[in-house]
Design a protein around this ligand. Structure first.
Ligand SMILES: *[C@@H]1O[C@H](CO)[C@@H](O)[C@H](O)[C@H]1NC(C)=O
Ligand SMILES: *[C@@H]1O[C@H](CO)[C@@H](O)[C@H](O)[C@H]1NC(C)=O
Ligand SMILES: *[C@@H]1O[C@H](CO)[C@@H](O)[C@H](O)[C@H]1NC(C)=O
Ligand SMILES: *[C@@H]1O[C@H](CO)[C@@H](O)[C@H](O)[C@H]1NC(C)=O
Ligand SMILES: *[C@@H]1O[C@H](CO)[C@@H](O)[C@H](O)[C@H]1NC(C)=O
Ligand SMILES: *[C@@H]1O[C@H](CO)[C@@H](O)[C@H](O)[C@H]1NC(C)=O
Ligand SMILES: [Cu+2]
Length: 401
């Protein structure tokens, strides 16, 4: 399914990131519905002994449900994370994380009191060693099993309400691919029934903050993995690009001369395997993506569908988006007019701000242009161009006021 074929507005700010701490994947934790792991340094749940946090009942907001999802109690992502856990760590001050072991974004030091500003750079402004370091970090993440997180391979019901846990190990890169899949996947209704009109991270006000959080968490995991506390994701400034200028073997991979849909054997990512792309197969089995490799990364950059995506976004398009004054408007979905979010996401024209279902503009245009793994919402984060693309979208959000 293409980005353009999806639709729906759902609980705008009730976004689920879909993180499952390894320490909470036991039947004990699931049956008690408690996820309050010890902080390593003092061994107490949520670092309570050190005053970092405390184990508490979760409090959910009473935001109204969107009209497109006429169910309750059928999808584990409803009222996240209460289907799995109703007690989690509430962290104090600048502490953060499932066991309050991390600092809030932008804070550092043993007590998270040191404030530091990190800057994301244009990938073309990185020195060659900096650029190679970034590519090496991606490779390391793809080859390192996450010590802290696992992925569920079944629904809560399929786990017999927690008594038979179903979780898999996953590498740190794919953990985030899986999260992006999980937040946008279809609802399994049992039998052969599927509800497709659902997405917790796109086509609604939550689109921009969800992806911002996603990138911040990604950066934090890479910082922890590499010990490089100053690591930031570089961005790709695609304004007025005539083609995919980062699609070279020095950067994100050139085209395979023997097959236009594959990456050149000399690129950093030609041996990467993708996950979470076979949605129809999962749906027919009423199953979740379990992280099994599904083949090479597919990418065939170009203006294949000139009617839908005539060109990549221009500087003028970006200026138009930034000239809009409302973050969100009327229907708050992909039909919204004059909405900064909807225009930047790419469902409204960057010339008029009027919703246009026949076109994929702005953010969406980049996904469609890549004509491969990037073009399908649920699997799009398999292509590391996703990170560079969304880092630039996030930069534009920062400029909006
Ligand atoms: C949390 O879940 C447990 C286990 O199902 C239940 O006993 C408890 O009452 C729930 N607590 C709240 C606050 O919902
Ligand atoms: C961190 O906080 C603890 C407890 O308040 C204190 O003993 C320690 O000196 C602090 N460390 C630093 C580096 O500020
Ligand atoms: C799981 O919980 C639901 C709702 O409480 C209940 O209807 C169902 O029978 C339970 N299933 C199992 C296998 O315990
Ligand atoms: C990160 O940047 C700070 C401030 O520029 C510097 O003091 C520190 O040494 C850097 N850390 C690493 C691991 O490079
Ligand atoms: C957006 O504008 C178009 C054209 O004026 C109109 O047909 C459509 O109903 C508007 N959408 C919403 C959600 O108001
Ligand atoms: C690639 O472009 C062609 C032509 O527009 C289209 O039919 C095909 O579905 C696209 N493939 C992907 C994966 O986006
Ligand atoms: Cu997305």
């Amino acid at each position: 399914m293409l980005l353009t074929a999806l639709c729906c507005l759902l609980w705008s700010f009730r976004t689920s990131t879909g993180h499952f701490p390894r320490a909470c994947a036991s039947s004990k934790s699931l049956i008690e519905k408690e996820c309050c792991p010890p902080w390593r340094a003092d061994g107490s749940p949520c670092g309570q002994l050190s005053g970092r946090g405390v184990c508490q009942d979760i409090v959910l907001s009473n935001a109204p449900l969107g009209p497109q999802f006429p169910f309750t109690g059928v999808d584990d992502r409803e009222s996240w994370p209460s289907v799995f856990y109703n007690r989690t760590c509430q962290c104090f001050g600048n502490f953060m994380g499932f066991n309050c072991g991390n600092c809030k974004f932008g804070f550092w030091g043993p007590n998270c009191t040191e404030k530091r500003l990190l800057v994301r750079k244009n990938i073309f402004d990185l020195s060659v060693p900096e650029k190679n370091k970034f590519l090496a970090y991606l490779t390391l993440a793809k080859h390192t099993i996450s010590p802290d997180y696992v992925i569920p391979t079944g629904t809560y019901g399929q786990m017999n309400n927690g008594s038979t846990p179903m979780f898999n190990d996953i590498n740190i890169y794919d953990l985030f691919v899986w999260m992006h899949y999980y937040v946008s996947r279809d609802t399994l209704l049992g039998g052969s029934q599927i509800w497709r009109d659902i997405d917790f991270a796109h086509e609604a006000p939550g689109f921009l903050p969800w992806h911002r959080l996603f990138l911040l968490l990604w950066e934090q995991e890479i910082q922890k993995l590499t010990g490089d506390e100053n690591f930031t994701i570089p961005y790709w400034d695609w304004r007025d690009a005539k083609s995919c200028d980062i699609c070279t073997d020095e950067y994100m991979g050139g085209r395979n001369p023997a097959n236009p849909n594959l990456l050149s054997p000399a690129s950093f990512f030609s041996s990467w395997q993708i996950i979470c792309t076979r949605l129809e197969e999962y749906n027919s089995r009423q199953a979740l993506c379990d992280g099994t490799p599904e083949g090479p990364l597919l990418r065939n950059p170009g203006n294949h569908d000139k009617a839908r995506t005539p060109r990549l976004p221009s500087s003028a398009d970006v200026e138009f988006c930034l000239s809009l004054t409302q973050y969100e408007s009327d229907s708050m979905d992909k039909a919204a007019n004059f909405s900064f979010r909807n225009t930047l996401e790419g469902f409204a024209s960057p010339l008029t701000g009027i919703a246009d279902a026949s076109q994929s503009s702005m953010h969406n245009a980049l996904h469609i242009y890549m004509n491969g793994t990037m073009s399908q919402v649920q699997g799009s984060a398999n292509d590391p161009i996703f990170l560079l693309h969304h880092a630039f979208v996030d930069r534009l959000v920062d400029t909006f006021s």
